[in-house]
Structures are given as C-alpha cells and as structure tokens.
Design a protein around this ligand. Sequence first.
Ligand code: MTE
Length: 299
Amino acid sequence: MAHRWTNDLTHADATPEAAFLNRRHFMAGAMGLGLAAMARPVAAEELELNSWEEITNYNNYYEFGTRKEDPAKYAHRLTTEPWSVKIDGLVERPGDYDFKDILSEMTIEERIYRFRCVEAWSMVVPWNGFELADLLNMAGVKEGAKYVAFETLYRPEEMPGTQFPVLQWPYREGLRLDEAMHPLTLMATGIYGKPIPNQNGAPLRLVVPWKYGFKSIKSIVRITLTDKEPPTSWNMANAGEYGFYSNVNPNVDHPRWSQTSERRLGGGLFAKRQPTLMFNGYEKEVAGLYEGMDLSKYY
Ligand code: MTE
C-alpha cells in the first residue's frame, strides 16, 4: 500500500512456471462453484491460474513485515493449531467456535477467482473454502445486524511485523451484511487443494473477489455482527486513500496512482498491463448491491 509501492516492480520479473490447466480441469473448477450461471463470469476457460509459487511468495501480510517476501519468510512462526473463531454481537448462538468444528459443518468447494490488490497487481487463485453466509447462518444472524466486522489474530511474539506501528493492530476489516451474505464471498481454507499456507492467512481468511485485496483479511479470530459500520485498519490509517467499500473500480483512481490497469503477476517485468474490470469482473453478480450509490463517494 503506502509502503514499498516504489519497490513493487522488483519481483515482477521472477517469471514463474505458469500453471496452465487444461480446459476440462478449469470447467471442473467452475462447476465446483455450485453457483451455476453465477460462476460463469469467472470465464473459467479464459483464466490462467497463477502458480503456487507466485501465490505463496509474493504476499501482503504486514504482521510479518511490509516487504512482499517477508510473509513467506516469517509466517512459519504462526501457530495455527489449536484455532478458534469468536463469533459474537448480533447473533443467536455467540461463542468460541473451534476451527475443526466449523470445518466439520461446512462444504469445501473450489473457487477460481481474480484477485486484484489496490496496489494494481493481480493474480488468479484457485481457492478452496466455504461461503461466509454458511458460517453466519450457523451462528444465526439476528435481526438488526447490518455489518460484519472481522479481526486477525494479534500475537506479537509470533508476528515480528507488529512491533512497527504500520497499522493499528489487530488488523481489522468489515463488510456490509448483504456483501457478507453474497454467494461469491468466501472463507478460504486452502489453495490448489492444499491447506492455505500461513503467509496467505492460515487457517481461515476472507476472500471478497470484487473488492481490493486488503478487504480479504487473513487468519481470522473474531467475527462480530453489528448495526454500525465497523472501523477498518486501512481506513483508520488513511481514510482519504482507503474507503470502507473498496470495490475494484477502474473509474476511481487511488489518490497516488491510476486504477485503470493492472499488472498480472507472472507476466514478467515487460508484460503488457491489462485493463482493470469494474468490480474486478464480477459486475453482473454484485452491481445490484450498490444501486443508487455514488461510487466515487463510497469508494
Ligand atoms: N490481512 C492481514 N491480517 N494483514 C495484512 O497485512 N494484507 C491484505 C490482505 N489481508 C493483509 C491482510 C492485502 S493488502 C492484500 S493485497 C491481501 O491480503 C494479500 O493476500 P495474499 O498475500 O494472499 O495475496
């Protein structure tokens, strides 16, 4: 984000073995979505997946440092077992839910999503996970709930980056309830069919594919249903640059750079940038959530 932006290109030339999956595999992935027509705009046969190496070695996880290589270097220190998630606020069944118990109730699917960072790089990731809506329904959303707040683990002894006040820890994010209940909104537990690596947010991270990547909060320990828009880390750090909504939008530039195009990871330093799509290509599915809203105001 604000940090290391100028260094951002230094990793681009690490040309990886691009993972080309054959069409049948892609289609299987798309059908695994269980979303029928809804999943189609992912245009499974057109998307080239980023490799495991790219996805797990070029990360933003500031609790482990601000350089793209820091999370892969330091996140092995994170203890992810046992793990529980507190679900509280406006829910019927508040409590500390053991991660294993959550998993036993959920259906894991594969979702191939575009992922667009606010820093204007992007990837395509084959996530495994379950719909956030299923988890929220498990806890029972009470009438009156309008927002969902999320918190990352804060454990300084395992997270060397937290000694620096880059952000106010713990990392916090939030969604409007209808965004959280949208079938595209995923709680990811894996990538390429393997457990999600620590640097990508083990054991449980949010993925909201039509929003900038910083909304996709990692290593979640708390989910709170509330009637007020919750404070979020990047918005607290710089409200003029990072709004609550943070929908991918090529028509609204970041104050310090353009959002009209993006650099696909793995394309090499001289690869042509590709145009950024409204709502990251999920416009058909999600534009209705923002009808009547001025998206340059609610950025
Ligand atoms: N979650 C936490 N807890 N801490 C972070 O620093 N970075 C965010 C998001 N989630 C971040 C986080 C940002 S800026 C991005 S782009 C994505 O994670 C990066 O996800 P990835 O490393 O899996 O690609």
